[in-house]
Write a protein that binds this ligand. Structure first.
Ligand code: GLA
Length: 730
């Protein structure tokens, strides 16, 4: 059993593989956090709560209950009762007061994992994969029941958490904050690792020492954002890739979030993650429920690498869905960097024709095929084909592309509306807006009010017409601006602050309809590059465009940061033209291929215009991608180099689960004179087995030697050179 309840001390113990998580009902029904970390045989660790120290428990010393509240490690801290550390929940009761008081009421333990209504979440493929604990807490005066939901995965070091709130009283209550997790650490000597960024520089890793007070990353942009990602790791100061304790947290949500650590007066750390409570309120009428999204919590006793591999396994098996979940994705060519808005059906066909000869399998028609869109200043919302560009209509083009043996994919930006569009002229009130205020433009567009079912239905109707009109097998769903003036014409005054969350729920609803109605369509998410690379989106689309920056060197950092918690099989990565359109750098075609091979792979260039030499290189590049793709998609990923620490080189590996083979990739970012070869220690191999590199079958070395002594990498001439090696078990 992975979850047990100990009657005697009223404690719960969740075991997830080699990880254990404990909580305990204490005095007056308060719920305390006891332990999270490496598995232990014990089921009573009450001493960690220090209940026998001043201020003791309210049962023995109720003259200062506030101090008790302020020192007890809380499982789900409330606002208003004397716990002055950061809280997980606050409310506005019928009288307008914010205090909330949660006491244990009941619990249940069962096999499997529940769905979260309207929200993406990890799932089990069979009931024996995980067990779930639900602890019901109640606030009697407010008439609220708060259910803390925990799932422990049997074979992965993963505990997930979410929260359900029900109004069981007779009066309306507002939630003003409802976070999804809180974990108390008996320690203040930790580092916080976060992924920050900007457009074209997504998910750069940053590591800081925790200090007294609160430190956080968040988003208030209406999406998880370029600027920060809903991921945080807390780790010991000495933790590195391969050793040390690490706790990873990732929010299965695509909107505003907060991820916060607080070092408190007694040198402990409280960590919280949830929907950002800034400008958030949710009205609960009697009998209504609210579900807070899921947080995935991963523990690793062997550094960041193991944490990442646990996330990768979980997301590949228990989050990503659909027909492409375990499949190699079609090698695509996207016309964005090839043509931008300047294309017509003939131009696209020429690209497809040339591409098909080289082994490329799908043409993706990017932005600019609809309404009268020839720049980014019009037509979002007018999802009908511009026949001045796509002469003869969409079906004719798709049929022609199909006749080349290629699939066809299409770009949409369904959440947006251009002021210059038929849709806006007919329904100006459908844009998110504050009545009486000027709307703020961003990329010359506004955001549709996705809290409204009529708006979603209308947009979906247009999309369906397109999808039913031709054999479309892939969609790139883009989202190119962040939210401003967040208010809805369809919500009453007391629900306006629900719009941020209702917007995200609306997006999920439409993605759910789309993926249910068109299960064969491969959905790729995108948001001005990688502004919505989060587990919420992965639930709907097995791949997400990593970044608009396709430069091979910049991608080393972006893909490194992304791999902290997201599997490489989900990273949209393409070979593009040089000089690179974002940074102006020229890198060898081979290196661009090696770097894109880490992800879903494809091309983003005008294949009719690139040099003959590059064009000639494509068939072999595709062959190489195909050869290693199963290993990349299903193997264990090991980071070896780290461009954030040493930007002269990078290296990484993919090792088969049965350790029978491994792919090693190396990039020499800058060439140096008069240096001997670089020793690189391999990772993840079977130390007792012998391996040979495919090109030199006679030279065998033990996995132990390859990992302990390493290999010598040299002989690369010039900057941005790359090399791959394939090790096979002898
Ligand atoms: C975003 C995407 C790009 C491209 C453009 C089209 O920036 O990230 O890949 O689709 O939109 O406008």
């Amino acid at each position: 059993m992975s979850i047990t309840y100990n009657e005697k001390n009223r404690s719960f113990k969740l075991t997830a593989n080699n990880t254990c998580y404990m909580l305990q009902v204490v005095s007056y029904g308060y719920l305390a956090h006891v332990y999270f970390g490496k598995s232990l045989p014990d089921d009573d660790l009450t001493y960690l709560l220090r209940l026998d120290e001043n201020p003791f428990t309210p049962e023995t010393n109720d003259r200062d209950r506030a101090s008790f509240m302020d020192t007890l490690p809380m499982e789900y801290p409330v606002f208003g009762l004397g716990d002055y550390r950061e809280h997980a929940i606050s409310i506005m009761d019928k009288n307008g007061a914010s205090t909330c008081d949660l006491r244990y009421k009941s619990h249940k333990i069962y096999n499997g994992k529940p769905k979260l209504e309207g929200l993406p979440a990890t799932f089990t493929n069979s009931d024996d994969e995980a067990q779930t604990l639900e602890v019901v807490m109640e606030d009697k005066p407010a008439g609220l029941e708060v259910t803390l939901v925990y799932t422990a995965f049997e074979r992965l070091d993963v505990i997930t958490r979410s929260v359900r709130v029900k109004n069981v009283g007779a009066d309306n209550v507002k939630l003003t904050r409802i976070y999804s997790t809180c974990v108390e650490f008996n320690d203040d000597k930790m580092d916080m690792i976060t992924l920050n960024g900007s457009w074209a520089r997504e998910r750069a890793m940053e590591r800081c020492r925790l200090h007294h007070g609160k430190q956080l990353v968040d988003s208030m942009r209406g999406e998880s954002s370029h600027q920060s990602n809903p991921f945080t790791a807390l780790c010991s100061h000495n933790a590195d890739e391969d050793s040390g304790e690490v706790y990873g947290f990732n929010f299965v949500y695509s909107g505003n979030f907060v991820s916060e650590a607080e070092v408190t007066q007694h040198k402990k750390t409280r960590y919280l993650m949830g929907i950002n409570s800034c400008d958030f309120e949710w009205l609960l009428e009697p009998d209504e429920c609210f579900t807070a999204p899921e947080v995935v919590m991963v523990y690793s006793d062997s550094g960041l690498g193991k944490m990442s591999r646990t996330f990768h396994d979980l997301y590949r098996n228990n989050l990503i869905r659909g027909e492409y979940k375990d499949k190699r994705r079609p090698i695509l060519i996207n016309n964005w960097e090839a043509t931008y808005f300047d294309f017509n059906a003939e131009k696209l066909y020429q690209i497809a024709e040339q591409a098909s000869k080289l082994g490329i399998e799908m043409l993706v028609m990017d932005d600019g095929w609809f309404g009268h869109r020839n720049a980014d200043n019009s037509s979002l919302g007018d999802w009908f084909v511009n026949e001045n560009k796509i002469e003869g209509g969409l079906k004719a083009l798709v049929d022609r592309v199909n006749s080349l043996g290629m699939k066809f994919g299409i770009w949409f930006e369904p959440e947006m509306i251009s002021p210059d569009s038929e849709l806006y002229r007919a329904h100006p009130d459908w844009a998110i807006q504050v009545k009486g205020r000027e709307l703020t433009l961003c990329r010359e567009q506004y955001v549709l009010d996705y809290s409204r079912k009529d708006v979603r239905d209308y947009v979906y109707g247009m999309m369906k017409k397109i999808l039913d009109s031709a054999n479309i097998e892939y969609i790139k769903w883009d989202m190119n601006r962040q939210l401003t003036e967040v208010a809805s014409n369809a919500l009453p005054r007391e629900r306006q602050r629900e719009l941020w969350h209702r917007y995200v729920l609306g997006v999920y609803d439409l993605m759910d309809r789309l993926t249910t109605d068109y299960p064969h369509i491969l959905l790729e998410n995108c948001s001005g590059g990688g502004a919505r690379f989060d587990p919420g989106m992965l639930y709907f689309s097995p791949q997400i465009w990593c970044s608009d920056d396709t430069d091979a060197v910049e991608r080393l950092k972006i893909q490194y940061g992304t791999s902290m918690c997201y599997p490489c099989s989900a990273m949209g990565a393409h070979v593009s033209d040089c000089p690179n359109h974002t940074v102006g750098r020229s890198t060898p075609f081979t290196t661009r291929g090696h770097v894109a091979m880490v992800g879903t792979f494809g091309y983003e260039l005008d294949v009719t215009k690139i040099s003959q030499q590059d064009r000639d290189a494509i068939p072999a590049q595709i062959e190489e991608f195909n050869k290693y793709n199963t290993l990349v998609r299903t193997g264990d990923h090991y980071r070896i180099g780290n461009m954030f620490e040493d930007n002269m080189w990078d290296a990484w590996m993919f090792v088969a689960k049965d350790k029978s083979e491994a792919l090693f990739e190396f990039v020499q970012v800058i060439g140096r004179p008069n240096e001997r070869s670089r020793t690189i220690k391999l990772k993840g191999l079977d130390p007792d087995a012998y391996y040979f590199e495919e090109a030199t079958p006679d030279k065998k070395l033990s996995g132990a030697a390859l990992m302990q002594c390493g290999i010598n990498i040299g002989g690369l001439w010039g900057d941005y050179q790359s090399k791959i090696l394939h090790f096979v078990k002898a």
